[in-house]
Write a protein that binds this ligand. Structure first.
Ligand SMILES: *Cc1c(COP(=O)(O)O)cnc(C)c1O
Length: 232
């Protein structure tokens, strides 16, 4: 488990430096430990080293880990979410990063009402217009936020993107910059259930560039745990 400790040390150092470049402090950035395919023992050791916010991209996997770890961690759903699965996670998650349809927002609203809860969500943006990626087209984000703001039991807390996979992370700088502009453009809307707080972007390969461009949540898996083993 020492690898986790060492990796985390290096990542925290890099987060700190990138935060300084963008005029912020390390504490302004939330490191989300992406735990998909990672077993509970290794997740627990990450938590011992201080990372308590965890990102999972599959409902079933989140649920089975939640059974063991429960509320000691803050669970973030970062992968695409089918409307018929919302009911299983709605009382368990801190933030849903991947809202990209009115239908999904409506279901989150409906299920949240049952728990008398206002659920925090991010709007996923397909910032590079890739056909393989989920998310709202950049030009439609403002309209989409307006449209889903009618749901009383969701609070729109920001935007999220999965940037293209590139060899050189600098290639994604233009997309992160575009995300920051979108984020700022929509902060003017802060009313009732719109409260633009989080800009979730940057993964193992490009989190420093993302932070330099304004990310305040980075989602890191491989950098912490090593290459994923999908056989589990
Ligand atoms: C897997 C995943 C990550 C983490 O990716 P790494 O490259 O392993 O850091 C981040 N965000 C989402 C949405 C993911 O599915």
């Amino acid at each position: 488990m020492n690898d986790i400790k060492e990796n985390l040390k290096e990542i925290n150092e890099r987060i700190k430096n990138a935060a300084v470049v963008s005029g912020r402090k390390m504490d302004d950035i939330l490191l989300l430990g992406v735990t998909k395919t990672v077993d509970v023992d290794r997740i627990k050791s990450l938590m011992e080293y201080g990372v308590k916010s965890l990102g999972e991209n599959r409902v079933q996997e989140l649920l089975s880990k939640y059974e063991v770890i429960g509320r000691q961690a803050k669970w973030h759903l970062i992968g695409s979410l089918q409307t018929n699965k919302v009911k299983y996670i709605i009382d368990k998650v801190e933030l849903i990063h991947s809202v990209e349809s009115v239908k999904l927002a409506e279901e989150i609203d409906k299920q949240s009402k049952k728990y008398n809860k206002v659920s925090d969500i991010l709007v996923e943006v397909n910032i590079a217009g890739e056909s393989s990626k989920h998310g709202i087209e950049p030009d439609n984000v403002s309209k989409f936020i307006d449209e889903i703001s009618r749901f009383d039991n969701i609070c729109i807390k920001g935007i999220m993107t999965v940037a293209p996979f590139v060899e050189n992370p600098q290639e994604n700088r233009k997309y992160f910059e575009k995300m920051r502009k979108l984020f700022i453009d929509n902060t003017g809307k802060n009313v009732d259930n719109i409260n633009m707080t989080y800009l979730s972007m940057g993964m193992t390969n490009d989190y420093e560039v993302a932070i330099e461009e304004g990310a305040n949540i980075v989602r890191i898996g491989t950098g912490i745990f090593g290459k994923r083993d999908y056989r589990n």
